[in-house]
Design a protein around this ligand. Sequence first.
Ligand code: XIL
Length: 398
Amino acid sequence: MRRSLRRSLTNRELCFGVSQRRGPRHKGFSWGGVERFSAATTVLFLIAALAAEVPAPSTLRAAAQPSGLLIGAAVRPAQLSEPAYATTLAREFNMLEPEDALKWEVLRPDPQSFDFSQADQLVDFALRHNMKIRGHTLVWHRQLPAWLSTGNFSSAQLSQLLETHIKTVVAHYRGKVFAWDVINEAFDEGPRTGQPRETLWSNISTVLEQTSNSQPATRDSKLAYIAQSFRWAHEADPDALLFYNEAEADELNPKSDAIYAMLQKFKRNSVPIDGIGLQMHISNLHPNIDSISANIARFTALGLQVHLTEMDVSLPVDRSGNATPADLASQAEIYRQIAAACFSHHGCTAIQTWGFTDRYSWIGSHSKHTKGAALLFDRNYCPKPAYEALRQAMSQAR
Ligand code: XIL
């Protein structure tokens, strides 16, 4: 108790001491305020705090342990050398996913080579800290290297490139990456929402249809490359869980309907798929929780696992990147409700946030810095109301 209490005091000191400098609303809690007391008062205060029955500090991963739920974060290797980043990540999460390090742009400097150095760093970190590793992503239309997107490859060449890529990458991490986002965002949005997206990769479907060994599910004109990618990944690591990952398909809507129909067909035709990743990038304060829950329910009823793979709840921010206390409270409630929706379905087994500290989040550049503050920890690695809400939801799960 004493040791853990000391650790918790250090964390409080760090968080509240630093955050006090950011604005008056933290003053009331500030360990910075200790400076205003006399030395004797401070000593008395510390002794009283040490003697008090304070509950052991908990963490997200400790809260998740009894139920076996996975709590993950997307991670960037460059930040691992920052002590607060590495410490928070290892302390709080039992799973990580490379945010960009497994994308073609990073892995494939040229058509012949594979550069695993960045992703390997993250995998080593995860193994050292007893964390599971999700792989993201083998097939996506974005973050492709220029040699590929401007290479004018024929469909047959692309099919060959994709097969080699999937098999090489999955084999490299066999036994280490327990789950792969095999395909990411294969359905369109906007006016074509729910239609298969036409990409470099979707072109290879025609080639696959012509091959003599194509299976029934791969003969569906536009979706053949998706089914085939699952088969290639399964060949390279039969034990890995294989996921279809999608954006803006969190609620019941035309996109999630189309994915549901596809996955139903895949299950009927024994395409090796284990789950669906719902990204859960929430950009307004009124997500339809009932609809999210019903969507999770229908996918789990198909026998698929559901992972919430990229959760963040972005808020309007001022020029310094700060959100209002009211919005931070609403954000906490959204994290709590979505976590509870996941935990109420047995097949929903993981929640992962896209980053974990507001210091590093894709939302800033993605929204031209009008939004931010989307994650569980602030820029100084201090837990936000959303952290506490999620930790409580996890400890009450199942
Ligand atoms: C984002 C990364 O966070 C950024 O660092 C990168 O510049 C662009 O991609 N959906 C996905 C993720 O599946 O791969 C994206 O990640 C965010 C949206």
